[in-house]
Design a protein around this ligand. Structure first.
Ligand code: FAD
Length: 348
């Protein structure tokens, strides 16, 4: 008997596992590597929506929780995967620069947006105006973090590498049972994979495919993440992530030539240095129609829960909402109706 079965080990599964670790609950994880969102993500922990210069949902609180959360995992696993990484927004016009200044005066953004513009000093980039700098941003090497966490789970014999078979789940009054493992609760954290889940596939998870190119350029020598129509994110050793694309039609995790060409075209508008493409990656962001996470308990099965719908901001959202779900299940603390799946009961 364990306290929890977690199905899926991306950012959602990891965020819930950490709640269980911190509260000394027992659990096992089942993961089949069918979805890639967390493992291909840019890894930016960024409180600002840089298209419109607005704060992300609950940005200030979520950022504080997230930074402490990832640093605690670093301490526990004895590895580092959190780096401070300034983000520079490249302006396309004087009007955009002026809009930035207006945004700097808004109370929710004042702590994040610098009102001192930054001049481009890098001759490999075409920057006709100034940069605006976002404070308090970081990059989390999610792929590394998940891989080290999986090793840690394997050591404790808590990791099963297989596809969860939904029809093998037996539901009892006070527990569930899956292939001989009895658990008090089961949490589904499958990202876009939830589409195959008969308990929760009524939820309006849309899914938005994103692709990145990984490029190598010795000439570029960029230390900050630069955001123009796309991001260039430094990874170290002259490697950079370039992207991402947004596509809500194609729901496969395969890389495409169309995305490669789109990214190269956008890059050509502001990168003047030579580069070589060394890789291309793709994943489906678990986006939701109303842009809020999907958290809660199945309307009829009180031992079956979901943690999903992190959209394009899983790094910041995950740690806070995983705690809300844990507190709801274990302590009966009411959940924010904005994120509770109850808001979609009418769709069943
Ligand atoms: C290109 C791209 C760039 C992004 N950049 C950023 C960024 O810079 N910052 C940010 O905060 N967010 C970013 N995101 C969004 C972020 O990646 C997501 O919000 C987050 O990863 C979602 O995590 P998840 O655990 O819900 O889903 P996933 O990462 O998809 O994890 C779900 C897991 O469940 C497993 N699974 C599914 N079905 C089953 C099954 N039946 N049995 C067993 N296992 C199963 C899958 O294999 C997968 O590992 C980006 C996403 C993409 C695609």
């Amino acid at each position: 008997m364990v306290d929890y079965i977690i199905v899926g080990f991306g950012l959602a599964g990891l965020s819930f596992a950490e709640q269980l670790e911190n509260n000394s609950n027992s659990y096992i994880v089942i993961e089949d590597n069918s979805q890639k969102s967390s493992r291909v993500a840019g890894g930016l922990c960024n409180p600002v929506i840089l298209k419109r210069f607005t704060a992300a949902w609950n940005a200030s609180d979520q950022l504080k929780t997230a930074v402490t959360f990832y640093k605690n995992i670093e301490d526990k696993l004895g590895e580092s995967f959190v780096v401070d990484l300034p983000i520079f927004r490249r302006f396309n016009s004087i009007e955009e620069q002026n809009t930035w200044f207006e945004a700097c005066d808004k109370p929710v953004l004042a702590e994040f947006l610098s009102s001192e513009l930054v001049k481009n000093e890098n001759s490999s980039l075409d920057v006709p105006y100034y940069y605006g700098q976002v404070h308090k941003t970081r990059r989390i090497d999610i792929k590394k973090m998940l891989s080290i966490y999986v090793d840690y789970l394997k050591e404790g014999k808590r990791y099963i590498e297989e596809s969860f078979e939904y029809d093998r789940l037996t539901i009892k009054e006070d527990s569930v049972e899956y292939k001989g493992v009895k658990a008090k609760n089961i949490i589904f954290c499958e990202g876009f994979g939830v589409k195959k889940n008969p308990f929760f596939n009524y939820l309006p998870l849309v899914g938005n495919k994103g692709e990145y190119l990984i490029i190598k350029s010795t000439e570029l020598q960029l230390k900050e993440a630069v955001k123009s129509s796309i991001f260039i994110i430094p990874l170290g050793e002259n490697l950079y992530k370039v992207g991402a694309t947004y596509n809500n039609q194609d729901k496969s995790s395969d890389t495409t030539r169309v995305a490669k060409e789109e990214l190269q075209e956008k890059l050509a508008k502001f990168l003047k240095a030579d580069y070589k493409i060394v890789d291309q990656v793709a994943g489906i962001r678990p986006t939701v129609k109303d842009r809020r996470p999907l958290i809660g308990t199945h309307p009829e099965q009180e031992k079956i829960h979901i943690l999903n719908g992190f959209g394009s901001r899983g790094i910041m959202i995950g740690p806070s909402v995983a705690k809300m779900l844990y507190d709801y299940i274990e302590k009966g603390i009411d959940m924010d109706p904005e994120i509770d799946i109850k808001r979609f009961d009418g769709l069943r």
